[in-house]
Design a protein around this ligand. Structure first.
Ligand code: GLA
Length: 707
């Protein structure tokens, strides 16, 4: 790993296997030169061609190229990295390279624009072990006049188009998140984005770009944007074969004012390089666990009462559930929505964060003590960014929400979005949460966010600051989280937005886990979880076993199937345990014990997708750690008498012998011949643990021992 300069004003940033090369062009611009497998010699980097194509008067006189920073105002027409207007009307930039600055892991290329008197640092930070480079820009207004930024992306880079270049990204909706899409890259432009104020269910700030890659091989470039507000990722291919990539905060309805000497640093966009999708996921998962997420510890088995009681939470009802949850081995008990204010349905109470005395006559403390006596941690649901019109908070502060003069105030799930950009609102939320966590022995907060923005206005702001509200909201949210984590360092946080509406590396750097989806149907979840795993790790992924028939689609599948589906991530229980039979509770206890035994491997091991669930194909996930390999498998629908499915394991030690139930098989066997599972009923589930026995002497010396 190294960052160095080679002849030809060329900077090389190396990870373990990747190199990013950027050249300072004769025109002072940052020409993207290379992103791919690391090359052995400096000469190789010097020899890389400058990918510039001279053409006609309809293209830049410098030629056509791709860039690590795309300025606005010259003959470049791809999405600008930065765009701004100075108070005197100057909107053109003429950035020139000034100097570079570097440490062992960071490189900043400084550019200066004399027209608007702005300095920009294009920043690279390499995380060598993961082959990931963090990209962001820092912008400073060095002039006397204020400038208004209207675009400030975090990264730009390019590549040559190759046949079959494909973009992978997520599309979805509430209860149907993370459906991975694959679209060919063709001349023209593709943008994936959120304009909803929040990361969104509909798209997610992640992409992968590849050309005929498989799970096991093929170059993959991928990216994760660490931001929970409006974001955009652009893939633009021109007729010359250049593909310009860029991304960051969404320029749509964006603006940010910088006065003299003020700075803005954009959130980080992490760009990775891998060989095959399995490696991509393994690198990204490990990077999230070790670098992004705050704690390395394993996640407890959670019980959440939402689907059991909905808004009908009472101390006695919750106590009954505590007994049952403790009895089957749960480790954390979470009281969901309904404990506060006049919150008897979703029509009232949001904003009034005091304990409802009809439901909890002596406050939350007796329940919390009871939970702790049973040996469980205690967690609580909140949705601090929201308010119901029917609440004391809204009655006393009707101006605390996003709204516009004379405009309708749209309610969605009967609620409004609070304007966190107002310092008094930020302070209210921080104090309310600090007070809640100070007065109660709470171990875990589920922080929800159940609607997207509308009427994005702040009537008392000047017109040229209205569009700052999107970023102000996220800035305030992050400050609140950061401060709460500082004040209450042992409290864990779960990010939820009606399920998976706010999952990104920005919120993940402040939370221990996420609620993947409100869809708790175990079969739908297999598909959501499968695609989720391309981008995000299993430990963060909260999965609940809930009642059958499922609330969303009325489907009833065996309890074992519900468990094995939920054991693919951090196991939780969300059913109404008071309606489970003694046999079901006993079975649940057994599954929780199994999960606790495999938890280190599921939560910290390397995850391999062996087979994706459909009605005709099984779900098979492999998790491998030093100690063992775990297989979680669910059979397809049993059609036409089929009773077996077959799969091959991945990345075992070929010479190692493994105990597979009553057989001893080599890694080579398991990877080449594979295993066959039999099933007799629809969606039959299995959890199989495979442990290494001993290393065979060698494949050649003891062939007879290798079955
Ligand atoms: C959202 C969450 C659910 C639950 C409800 C409570 O929909 O995703 O898990 O907490 O809110 O109102």
């Amino acid at each position: 790993m190294a960052i160095f300069e080679v002849a030809g004003r060329r900077f090389v940033i190396e990870g373990k296997r990747v190199a990013h090369v950027v050249t300072i062009g004769a025109n002072g611009k940052l020409i993207h030169t290379y992103f791919g497998a690391k090359l052995p010699y400096r000469d190789d980097y010097e020899a890389l061609p400058s990918p510039i194509v001279a053409h006609s008067s309809f293209e830049s006189p410098d030629g056509v190229a791709t860039y690590d920073f795309v300025p606005f105002g010259e003959m470049l027409y791809t999405e600008p990295t930065l765009k701004s207007e100075r108070e005197d009307g100057q909107r053109i930039h003429q950035f020139q390279f000034e100097r570079s600055e570097q440490t062992e892991t960071k490189l900043t290329l400084w550019l200066f624009d004399p027209l608007q008197e702005m300095r920009v640092g294009v920043q690279y930070e390499v995380f060598a072990d993961y082959d990931i480079i963090g990209r962001s820009i820092v912008v400073e207004n060095t002039g006397r006049l204020p400038v208004r930024l209207t675009a400030a992306q975090s990264f730009a880079m390019g590549r040559w188009h190759q046949p079959n270049l494909k973009l992978h990204h997520f599309a979805g909706m509430w209860t149907g998140e993370f459906k991975k899409q694959i679209t060919p890259v063709t001349p023209g432009r593709q943008t994936i984005e959120s304009r909803r104020g929040v990361t969104s269910h509909q798209a997610n700030p992640w992409f992968a770009l590849e050309q005929d890659a498989t799970e096991d091989r093929g170059e993959v470039i991928y990216g994760h944007f660490a931001y929970s507000g409006n974001w955009a990722i652009h893939v633009e291919q021109d007729a010359f074969g250049f593909v310009q990539l860029s991304g960051g905060m969404n320029p749509f309805d964006f603006s940010w004012k910088l006065s003299h000497q003020q700075q803005l640093t954009t959130p980080t966009f992490y760009i990775g390089y891998a060989n095959g999708f399995a490696d991509m996921s393994a690198h990204a998962h490990a990077f999230q666990r070790n670098v992004i997420m705050p704690r390395a510890t394993e996640r407890p088995v959670l019980y959440n009462s939402w689907e059991a009681t909905y808004f009908d939470v009472t101390e006695s009802g919750q106590r009954e559930l505590v007994d049952l949850a403790a009895g089957i081995g749960c480790e954390l008990f979470v009281v969901d929505d309904g404990w506060f204010g006049e919150r008897n349905s979703d029509q009232a109470g949001l904003g009034d964060w005091h304990v409802n005395r009809e439901k909890f006559p002596n406050g939350l403390e007796p329940l919390i003590s009871y939970v702790k006596q049973q040996g469980l941690q205690f967690g609580l649901w909140v949705e601090p960014e929201m308010v119901n019109p029917d609440s004391d908070l809204y009655r006393s502060h009707p101006d605390w929400i996003y709204h516009a003069r004379d405009a309708v105030r749209t309610t969605s799930r009967n609620q409004y979005v609070l304007n966190l950009g107002l310092p008094e609102v930020e302070q209210f939320i921080l104090e309310m949460m600090d007070d809640l966590l100070t007065r109660h022995a709470i171990d875990y907060i589920k922080w929800d966010m159940n609607r997207a923005f509308s009427e994005p206005g702040v009537p008392k702001d000047q017109t040229d600051r209205q569009q700052e509200l999107w970023k102000r909201h996220v800035d305030a949210l992050y400050r609140i989280f950061d401060e709460l984590r500082r004040l209450h360092p042992t409290v864990d946080f779960e990010a939820c937005a009606g399920g998976g509406g706010r999952i990104d590396l920005g919120i993940l750097s402040r939370t221990e886990q996420v609620w993947t989806s409100d869809n708790t149907d175990p079969l739908d979840r297999l598909q959501i979880q499968h695609d989720f795993s391309y981008a995000y790790n299993a430990k963060m992924m909260s999965c609940w076993v809930t009642d059958g028939p499922n609330w969303l689609n009325g489907r009833n599948v065996p309890l074992a199937t519900r468990f094995v589906s939920s054991m693919q991530g951090t196991l939780g229980i969300g059913g109404n345990l008071s309606e489970w039979s003694t046999d079901e509770l006993a079975e649940a206890k057994g599954w929780i014990e199994t999960y606790q035994a495999i938890r280190p491997t599921v939560q910290r091991g390397i995850q391999y997708r062996l087979s994706a669930f459909t009605q005709q194909t099984p779900s098979v996930m492999q998790y491998t750690s030093e100690e063992e390999t775990v297989l979680l498998a669910i059979a397809p629908l049993r059609q036409y008498g089929a009773h077996q499915y077959h799969f091959k394991l991945k990345r075992l030690d070929p010479a190692m012998r493994y105990q597979v139930e009553d057989r001893t098989l080599s890694g080579a066997y398991l990877m080449q011949q594979g295993l066959t599972f039999s099933y007799t009923t629809d969606y039959e589930a299995r959890c199989l643990r495979i442990q290494p026995v001993h290393r065979a002497l060698s494949l050649l010396e003891s062939k007879e021992t290798i079955v």
